[in-house]
Design a protein around this ligand. Structure first.
Ligand SMILES: Nc1nc(=O)c2c([nH]1)NC[C@@H]1CN(c3ccc(C(=O)N[C@@H](CCC(=O)O)C(=O)O)cc3)CN21
Ligand SMILES: O=c1ccn([C@H]2C[C@H](O)[C@@H](COP(=O)(O)O)O2)c(=O)[nH]1
Length: 264
């Protein structure tokens, strides 16, 4: 994951210090791109152990269309707790926009089902886009979507995905976001009968929080190890039928976790 370490170093060296919504303070750049070849191993950090369980459950939760943290908490995942209301609701965040974007006539658009259909029927289309940024509902969301638009691309039987992330917490959020979209791309490739290609990650406001600098420098002292492989149960042919047990990260050897406070 040299790409990620290069991002850390680039922002520490060239970023501009600014205050931010959370009152923490950040150092950041605007506009940055990374590319991960999904055939070269699963892009998960090896210079700090990541909690894959949170990432897999969060992705299955998005895909199910759920926007209440109950499912996450029942599976030991607490990453969305700080943003939920007393009933566990987050408002119409990712799951709602992906699976049931409301239309003016009272109907709903299932963007993921439409995407699967368009990948099968017209793989070379340039319109394989899913967006969570619904301007009519942003104010009702606990947090406006950070990973807000993604597009798929098919060439020579390979499925690639590019994500536009408007705001990127480089130390805590970005490692999760990379692994999550890499996995989503592999899952969609499997059910669409394609091989996984590249994951292209485009960042808008890419920032390191001031209270993550020390942790970032600590991570930069570490040497990346070979990437693990993600095993996905080959029997699953329906994107909405995947369960946690259908994924196994094989050969994941990583340095110890580095604790860092989350900015709320
Ligand atoms: N400031 C901020 N950064 C984010 O990345 C972020 C938000 N807010 N708000 C919404 C979600 C929640 N996300 C989170 C929240 C917590 C962790 C976190 O604490 N990660 C720990 C491990 C926690 C665990 O898996 O239980 C880590 O060391 O990676 C990561 C992503 C990503 N998003
Ligand atoms: O998947 C995610 C979700 C959130 N983030 C980060 C990016 C920012 O640090 C905060 C959101 O604050 P805004 O003021 O709304 O930009 O959460 C992330 O990196 N990845």
């Amino acid at each position: 994951m040299r790409q990620y370490l290069d991002l850390l170093a680039h922002v520490l060296e060239n970023g501009v210090d600014r205050d931010d919504r959370t009152g923490t303070g950040t150092r950041g750049v605007f506009g940055y791109q990374m590319r991960f070849d999904l055939q070269a191993g699963f892009p998960v950090l090896t210079t700090k152990k990541l909690h894959l369980k949170s990432i897999i459950h969060e992705l299955l939760w998005f895909l199910s269309g759920d926007t209440n943290i109950r499912y996450l908490n029942e599976h030991g995942v607490t990453i969305w707790d700080e943003w939920a209301d007393k009933n566990g609701d987050l408002g119409p965040v990712y799951g709602a926009q992906w699976r049931s974007w409301p239309t003016p006539d009272g109907g709903h658009v299932d963007q993921i089902a439409n995407l699967l259909k368009s990948l099968r029927e017209n793989p070379h289309s340039r319109r394989h886009v899913v967006t969570a940024w619904n301007p009519a509902q942003v104010d009702e969301m606990a947090l406006p979507p950070c990973h807000c638009l993604f597009q798929f691309h098919v060439a020579e039987g390979r499925l690639s995905c590019q994500l536009y992330q408007r705001s990127a917490d480089i130390f805590l959020g970005v490692p999760f976001n990379i692994a999550s979209y890499a996995l989503l791309t592999m899952m969609i490739a499997q059910v669409a009968g394609l091989r996984a290609g590249d994951f292209v990650h485009t960042l808008g406001d890419a920032h390191l929080y001031q209270n993550h600098f020390e942790q970032a420098r600590e991570q930069l002292k570490r040497t990346p190890k070979p990437l693990p492989q993600m095993w996905i149960n080959p029997e699953v042919g329906d994107l909405f039928a995947f369960r946690y047990e259908d994924f196994r990260l094989e050969g994941y050897v990583a340095d110890p976790t580095i604790r860092a406070p989350i900015a709320v």
